[in-house]
Design a protein around this ligand. Structure first.
Ligand code: ZN
Length: 366
Protein backbone atom coordinates (compact mmCIF):
# COMPACT_ATOMS: atom_id res chain seq x y z
CA UNK A 1 0.00 0.00 0.00
CA UNK A 2 1.66 3.24 -1.08
CA UNK A 3 1.33 6.59 0.60
CA UNK A 4 -0.23 9.59 -1.03
CA UNK A 5 2.35 11.98 -2.45
CA UNK A 6 3.01 14.67 0.12
CA UNK A 7 5.86 16.72 1.48
CA UNK A 8 5.45 15.27 4.98
CA UNK A 9 7.97 12.81 6.41
CA UNK A 10 7.28 9.20 5.49
CA UNK A 11 5.41 7.02 7.96
CA UNK A 12 7.53 4.63 10.04
CA UNK A 13 6.24 1.56 8.18
CA UNK A 14 5.77 0.73 4.54
CA UNK A 15 2.20 -0.21 5.16
CA UNK A 16 -0.26 -0.31 8.01
CA UNK A 17 -1.06 -3.87 9.12
CA UNK A 18 -4.09 -2.57 11.01
CA UNK A 19 -5.53 -0.99 7.88
CA UNK A 20 -5.19 -4.40 6.21
CA UNK A 21 -6.95 -6.00 9.18
CA UNK A 22 -9.79 -3.54 8.74
CA UNK A 23 -10.00 -4.25 5.01
CA UNK A 24 -10.07 -8.01 5.65
CA UNK A 25 -12.89 -7.54 8.16
CA UNK A 26 -10.54 -8.86 10.85
CA UNK A 27 -9.94 -12.27 9.31
CA UNK A 28 -7.83 -14.87 11.11
CA UNK A 29 -5.39 -14.88 8.18
CA UNK A 30 -4.85 -11.16 8.50
CA UNK A 31 -4.25 -11.39 12.28
CA UNK A 32 -1.57 -13.97 11.46
CA UNK A 33 -0.02 -11.66 8.88
CA UNK A 34 -0.13 -8.83 11.42
CA UNK A 35 1.76 -11.04 13.92
CA UNK A 36 4.33 -12.04 11.32
CA UNK A 37 4.80 -8.41 10.27
CA UNK A 38 6.09 -7.45 13.72
CA UNK A 39 8.04 -10.74 14.07
CA UNK A 40 10.93 -9.09 12.26
CA UNK A 41 13.40 -11.86 13.11
CA UNK A 42 10.99 -14.53 11.84
CA UNK A 43 11.34 -16.67 14.95
CA UNK A 44 7.65 -17.25 15.61
CA UNK A 45 7.50 -14.99 18.63
CA UNK A 46 7.93 -11.32 19.55
CA UNK A 47 10.73 -9.97 21.66
CA UNK A 48 10.13 -6.92 23.86
CA UNK A 49 11.39 -4.68 21.06
CA UNK A 50 9.04 -6.27 18.54
CA UNK A 51 6.16 -5.97 21.00
CA UNK A 52 7.05 -2.30 21.50
CA UNK A 53 6.88 -1.73 17.73
CA UNK A 54 3.49 -3.41 17.65
CA UNK A 55 2.21 -1.06 20.40
CA UNK A 56 3.67 2.00 18.63
CA UNK A 57 1.97 1.04 15.42
CA UNK A 58 -1.37 0.22 17.03
CA UNK A 59 -1.47 3.37 19.16
CA UNK A 60 -0.78 5.97 16.54
CA UNK A 61 -2.41 8.72 14.56
CA UNK A 62 -2.15 8.15 10.82
CA UNK A 63 0.90 5.97 11.54
CA UNK A 64 2.58 8.53 13.83
CA UNK A 65 3.04 6.75 17.18
CA UNK A 66 1.73 8.11 20.45
CA UNK A 67 4.15 8.20 23.35
CA UNK A 68 3.60 5.34 25.80
CA UNK A 69 5.43 5.22 29.13
CA UNK A 70 8.00 2.45 29.44
CA UNK A 71 6.27 1.20 32.58
CA UNK A 72 3.01 0.85 30.67
CA UNK A 73 4.75 -1.01 27.82
CA UNK A 74 6.32 -3.36 30.35
CA UNK A 75 2.93 -3.84 32.03
CA UNK A 76 1.33 -4.74 28.68
CA UNK A 77 4.21 -7.09 27.90
CA UNK A 78 3.82 -8.98 31.19
CA UNK A 79 0.03 -9.03 30.80
CA UNK A 80 0.42 -10.57 27.35
CA UNK A 81 3.20 -13.02 28.23
CA UNK A 82 0.86 -15.53 29.87
CA UNK A 83 3.47 -18.27 30.28
CA UNK A 84 6.18 -15.82 31.43
CA UNK A 85 8.83 -17.03 28.99
CA UNK A 86 9.75 -13.44 28.05
CA UNK A 87 8.37 -13.90 24.54
CA UNK A 88 4.97 -13.21 23.01
CA UNK A 89 3.78 -16.08 20.84
CA UNK A 90 0.90 -15.98 18.39
CA UNK A 91 -1.59 -17.56 20.78
CA UNK A 92 -0.81 -15.03 23.51
CA UNK A 93 -1.10 -12.19 21.01
CA UNK A 94 -4.48 -13.33 19.71
CA UNK A 95 -5.98 -13.98 23.13
CA UNK A 96 -4.77 -10.75 24.69
CA UNK A 97 -5.10 -8.35 21.76
CA UNK A 98 -7.76 -9.45 19.28
CA UNK A 99 -10.63 -7.48 20.82
CA UNK A 100 -8.44 -4.50 21.73
CA UNK A 101 -7.16 -4.22 18.17
CA UNK A 102 -10.63 -4.49 16.68
CA UNK A 103 -12.01 -1.80 19.03
CA UNK A 104 -9.10 0.51 18.22
CA UNK A 105 -9.24 0.05 14.46
CA UNK A 106 -12.99 -0.19 13.99
CA UNK A 107 -14.70 1.27 17.05
CA UNK A 108 -18.49 1.41 17.26
CA UNK A 109 -19.03 4.95 18.44
CA UNK A 110 -21.92 6.65 20.19
CA UNK A 111 -22.37 10.38 20.65
CA UNK A 112 -24.16 10.99 23.95
CA UNK A 113 -25.59 14.53 24.05
CA UNK A 114 -26.21 15.39 27.68
CA UNK A 115 -29.01 17.74 28.76
CA UNK A 116 -28.80 20.43 26.04
CA UNK A 117 -32.09 21.75 27.41
CA UNK A 118 -33.46 25.28 27.50
CA UNK A 119 -33.43 25.63 31.29
CA UNK A 120 -29.66 25.12 31.36
CA UNK A 121 -29.13 27.67 28.57
CA UNK A 122 -31.69 30.45 28.97
CA UNK A 123 -33.97 29.24 31.77
CA UNK A 124 -34.05 28.85 35.54
CA UNK A 125 -30.66 27.11 35.78
CA UNK A 126 -28.86 28.95 32.97
CA UNK A 127 -25.14 28.29 33.12
CA UNK A 128 -24.32 31.97 32.55
CA UNK A 129 -25.64 32.61 36.08
CA UNK A 130 -23.41 29.92 37.59
CA UNK A 131 -19.89 30.57 39.02
CA UNK A 132 -18.01 29.76 35.78
CA UNK A 133 -20.23 32.16 33.76
CA UNK A 134 -20.24 29.79 30.80
CA UNK A 135 -22.62 30.33 27.90
CA UNK A 136 -24.52 27.08 27.44
CA UNK A 137 -25.73 27.87 23.93
CA UNK A 138 -22.14 27.83 22.68
CA UNK A 139 -22.24 24.03 22.66
CA UNK A 140 -25.04 23.90 20.10
CA UNK A 141 -23.09 24.81 16.90
CA UNK A 142 -20.18 22.59 17.99
CA UNK A 143 -22.45 19.60 18.62
CA UNK A 144 -24.28 20.24 15.34
CA UNK A 145 -20.96 20.26 13.46
CA UNK A 146 -19.91 17.02 15.17
CA UNK A 147 -23.26 15.43 14.24
CA UNK A 148 -22.86 16.53 10.60
CA UNK A 149 -19.16 15.77 10.14
CA UNK A 150 -18.60 12.59 12.14
CA UNK A 151 -19.90 9.19 11.21
CA UNK A 152 -21.29 8.10 14.58
CA UNK A 153 -22.97 4.70 14.71
CA UNK A 154 -25.39 5.85 17.41
CA UNK A 155 -26.62 9.21 18.75
CA UNK A 156 -28.29 9.52 22.16
CA UNK A 157 -29.97 12.55 23.72
CA UNK A 158 -30.39 12.71 27.47
CA UNK A 159 -32.91 14.83 29.34
CA UNK A 160 -33.02 16.00 32.91
CA UNK A 161 -36.71 15.22 33.43
CA UNK A 162 -37.99 16.05 36.88
CA UNK A 163 -41.41 15.79 38.52
CA UNK A 164 -42.63 18.95 40.29
CA UNK A 165 -41.83 17.57 43.76
CA UNK A 166 -38.22 16.68 42.91
CA UNK A 167 -35.67 16.52 45.73
CA UNK A 168 -33.12 18.64 43.85
CA UNK A 169 -35.29 21.77 43.76
CA UNK A 170 -34.38 24.50 46.22
CA UNK A 171 -38.07 25.44 46.26
CA UNK A 172 -38.88 21.93 47.60
CA UNK A 173 -36.36 21.94 50.46
CA UNK A 174 -39.08 21.96 53.12
CA UNK A 175 -40.86 18.91 51.65
CA UNK A 176 -38.31 16.55 53.22
CA UNK A 177 -36.53 16.28 56.57
CA UNK A 178 -32.88 17.15 56.77
CA UNK A 179 -30.77 14.48 58.50
CA UNK A 180 -29.49 15.58 61.95
CA UNK A 181 -25.90 15.44 60.64
CA UNK A 182 -26.66 17.69 57.64
CA UNK A 183 -23.91 20.31 57.31
CA UNK A 184 -26.53 22.95 56.53
CA UNK A 185 -30.02 23.26 58.00
CA UNK A 186 -32.81 23.50 55.45
CA UNK A 187 -33.90 26.91 56.76
CA UNK A 188 -30.51 28.50 56.28
CA UNK A 189 -29.70 26.78 52.97
CA UNK A 190 -29.07 28.76 49.79
CA UNK A 191 -29.20 27.74 46.16
CA UNK A 192 -26.18 25.49 45.30
CA UNK A 193 -25.72 24.47 48.97
CA UNK A 194 -25.50 20.77 49.77
CA UNK A 195 -28.03 19.39 52.25
CA UNK A 196 -28.21 15.91 53.75
CA UNK A 197 -31.83 14.71 53.66
CA UNK A 198 -33.30 11.72 55.43
CA UNK A 199 -33.57 9.05 52.72
CA UNK A 200 -36.81 7.45 51.59
CA UNK A 201 -37.72 4.34 53.64
CA UNK A 202 -36.24 1.05 52.39
CA UNK A 203 -33.91 2.83 49.99
CA UNK A 204 -31.17 4.66 51.82
CA UNK A 205 -30.67 6.25 55.24
CA UNK A 206 -29.53 9.66 53.96
CA UNK A 207 -29.28 11.46 50.64
CA UNK A 208 -26.76 14.18 49.91
CA UNK A 209 -28.32 16.74 47.60
CA UNK A 210 -27.21 20.00 46.00
CA UNK A 211 -30.14 22.41 45.95
CA UNK A 212 -30.69 23.71 42.42
CA UNK A 213 -33.37 26.16 41.30
CA UNK A 214 -36.39 24.24 39.96
CA UNK A 215 -35.48 23.19 36.41
CA UNK A 216 -36.35 20.81 33.59
CA UNK A 217 -39.82 20.02 34.87
CA UNK A 218 -41.31 17.25 32.75
CA UNK A 219 -43.12 18.40 29.61
CA UNK A 220 -42.38 22.09 30.14
CA UNK A 221 -40.60 24.26 27.50
CA UNK A 222 -37.61 24.53 29.84
CA UNK A 223 -37.09 20.77 29.53
CA UNK A 224 -37.10 20.88 25.70
CA UNK A 225 -33.86 20.49 23.80
CA UNK A 226 -32.43 23.78 22.51
CA UNK A 227 -34.39 24.63 19.34
CA UNK A 228 -31.26 24.86 17.14
CA UNK A 229 -29.85 21.47 18.17
CA UNK A 230 -30.02 18.99 15.28
CA UNK A 231 -32.40 16.09 15.98
CA UNK A 232 -31.07 12.86 14.51
CA UNK A 233 -33.56 10.24 13.32
CA UNK A 234 -33.52 6.89 15.13
CA UNK A 235 -31.66 8.35 18.08
CA UNK A 236 -31.84 7.03 21.64
CA UNK A 237 -33.67 9.29 24.11
CA UNK A 238 -32.93 8.88 27.80
CA UNK A 239 -34.91 10.57 30.59
CA UNK A 240 -33.26 10.84 34.00
CA UNK A 241 -34.08 12.27 37.41
CA UNK A 242 -37.65 11.07 37.10
CA UNK A 243 -37.78 9.64 40.62
CA UNK A 244 -38.84 12.51 42.95
CA UNK A 245 -36.65 11.16 45.78
CA UNK A 246 -33.29 10.67 44.01
CA UNK A 247 -31.42 12.97 41.66
CA UNK A 248 -29.62 11.61 38.64
CA UNK A 249 -26.66 13.46 37.15
CA UNK A 250 -25.50 10.53 35.06
CA UNK A 251 -27.50 9.22 32.12
CA UNK A 252 -26.62 5.65 33.19
CA UNK A 253 -27.50 5.46 36.91
CA UNK A 254 -29.08 7.72 39.52
CA UNK A 255 -26.81 9.42 42.07
CA UNK A 256 -27.20 6.56 44.56
CA UNK A 257 -26.76 3.89 41.87
CA UNK A 258 -30.08 2.39 42.95
CA UNK A 259 -31.59 2.21 39.49
CA UNK A 260 -30.26 2.40 35.95
CA UNK A 261 -31.71 3.95 32.84
CA UNK A 262 -32.02 2.07 29.56
CA UNK A 263 -28.93 3.77 28.09
CA UNK A 264 -26.43 0.99 28.80
CA UNK A 265 -28.73 -1.72 27.43
CA UNK A 266 -29.48 0.30 24.31
CA UNK A 267 -25.78 0.98 23.65
CA UNK A 268 -24.95 -2.71 24.16
CA UNK A 269 -27.74 -3.77 21.80
CA UNK A 270 -25.97 -1.69 19.17
CA UNK A 271 -22.53 -3.17 20.11
CA UNK A 272 -21.16 0.26 21.04
CA UNK A 273 -17.51 0.26 22.19
CA UNK A 274 -16.80 4.01 22.39
CA UNK A 275 -18.82 6.75 24.06
CA UNK A 276 -18.25 10.44 23.21
CA UNK A 277 -19.89 12.72 25.76
CA UNK A 278 -20.91 16.33 25.05
CA UNK A 279 -23.36 18.84 26.52
CA UNK A 280 -24.23 20.43 29.85
CA UNK A 281 -22.86 20.71 32.42
CA UNK A 282 -19.23 19.57 32.18
CA UNK A 283 -18.64 19.16 35.92
CA UNK A 284 -22.07 17.76 36.74
CA UNK A 285 -24.12 15.62 34.33
CA UNK A 286 -21.48 15.35 31.59
CA UNK A 287 -18.75 14.20 34.01
CA UNK A 288 -21.11 11.84 35.85
CA UNK A 289 -22.22 10.29 32.55
CA UNK A 290 -18.61 9.95 31.37
CA UNK A 291 -17.58 8.34 34.66
CA UNK A 292 -20.37 5.77 34.44
CA UNK A 293 -19.52 5.12 30.79
CA UNK A 294 -16.00 4.22 31.96
CA UNK A 295 -17.43 2.03 34.72
CA UNK A 296 -19.56 0.28 32.09
CA UNK A 297 -16.33 -0.45 30.17
CA UNK A 298 -16.87 1.90 27.26
CA UNK A 299 -13.81 3.65 25.87
CA UNK A 300 -14.84 7.13 26.91
CA UNK A 301 -14.01 10.52 25.42
CA UNK A 302 -15.25 13.93 26.51
CA UNK A 303 -15.37 16.49 23.69
CA UNK A 304 -14.33 19.54 25.63
CA UNK A 305 -15.33 22.36 23.27
CA UNK A 306 -18.81 20.80 23.03
CA UNK A 307 -19.33 21.10 26.83
CA UNK A 308 -19.90 23.98 29.24
CA UNK A 309 -19.84 23.80 33.03
CA UNK A 310 -20.92 25.24 36.35
CA UNK A 311 -17.65 25.76 38.24
CA UNK A 312 -14.10 25.97 36.81
CA UNK A 313 -12.47 24.34 39.82
CA UNK A 314 -14.91 21.43 39.74
CA UNK A 315 -14.30 21.01 36.01
CA UNK A 316 -10.58 20.56 36.72
CA UNK A 317 -11.32 18.10 39.56
CA UNK A 318 -13.54 16.02 37.27
CA UNK A 319 -11.00 16.14 34.46
CA UNK A 320 -8.33 14.71 36.78
CA UNK A 321 -10.70 11.99 38.04
CA UNK A 322 -11.71 10.98 34.53
CA UNK A 323 -8.12 11.00 33.23
CA UNK A 324 -7.16 8.79 36.16
CA UNK A 325 -9.82 6.28 35.06
CA UNK A 326 -8.62 6.17 31.45
CA UNK A 327 -11.01 8.62 29.85
CA UNK A 328 -9.74 11.60 27.87
CA UNK A 329 -10.74 15.17 27.04
CA UNK A 330 -10.26 16.12 23.39
CA UNK A 331 -11.16 18.92 21.01
CA UNK A 332 -13.91 18.26 18.46
CA UNK A 333 -11.42 18.67 15.57
CA UNK A 334 -9.77 15.32 16.32
CA UNK A 335 -12.99 13.33 16.72
CA UNK A 336 -13.45 12.35 13.03
CA UNK A 337 -10.06 10.57 13.00
CA UNK A 338 -10.76 8.83 16.30
CA UNK A 339 -14.18 7.60 15.20
CA UNK A 340 -12.67 6.42 11.90
CA UNK A 341 -10.11 4.34 13.85
CA UNK A 342 -7.08 6.06 12.30
CA UNK A 343 -6.34 8.17 15.40
CA UNK A 344 -5.94 5.45 18.04
CA UNK A 345 -5.31 6.76 21.57
CA UNK A 346 -3.48 4.58 24.10
CA UNK A 347 -5.24 6.15 27.10
CA UNK A 348 -8.69 4.80 26.30
CA UNK A 349 -7.51 1.29 25.44
CA UNK A 350 -6.34 0.02 28.80
CA UNK A 351 -9.74 -0.55 30.46
CA UNK A 352 -11.12 -2.76 27.72
CA UNK A 353 -7.81 -4.65 27.44
CA UNK A 354 -7.97 -5.49 31.15
CA UNK A 355 -11.65 -6.48 30.88
CA UNK A 356 -10.73 -8.93 28.14
CA UNK A 357 -7.94 -10.41 30.29
CA UNK A 358 -10.45 -10.89 33.10
CA UNK A 359 -12.94 -12.53 30.74
CA UNK A 360 -10.36 -15.09 29.53
CA UNK A 361 -9.02 -15.72 33.05
CA UNK A 362 -5.62 -14.11 32.48
CA UNK A 363 -5.86 -11.03 34.69
CA UNK A 364 -3.23 -10.97 37.42
CA UNK A 365 -3.14 -7.59 39.16
CA UNK A 366 0.29 -6.79 40.51
ZN1 ZN B 1 -31.76 18.22 37.50
Amino acid sequence: MGTKGSSMSPPPYDYDPFELLRQSNFSDDEYERCFRFFDSQKRGFWTREEFRRFLSSLFSNKQRPYFILNDRIEEYFRDTDFNQDDQIDYDEFIQAWKTTIKCAVRPISALVIVDVQNDFISGSLALHSCPANHQGEEVVPVINRVIRDVNFDVVAYTYDWHPLNHISFYENRHLRSAAPESPIAVDSAHVLDTVLFVGPPNLTSTIEQVLWPAHCIQKTPGADLHPDLIRVDNAIHVYKGTNPEIDSYSAFWDNMKLSKTSLDDQLRERSVTDVYVVGLATDVCVAATAMHAVENNYRTVLIEDACRGVNEHEIEVKRAELNECGSIFVDSDVVPGMVAGVDRRPEVARGMFVENLKAIGHYHPR
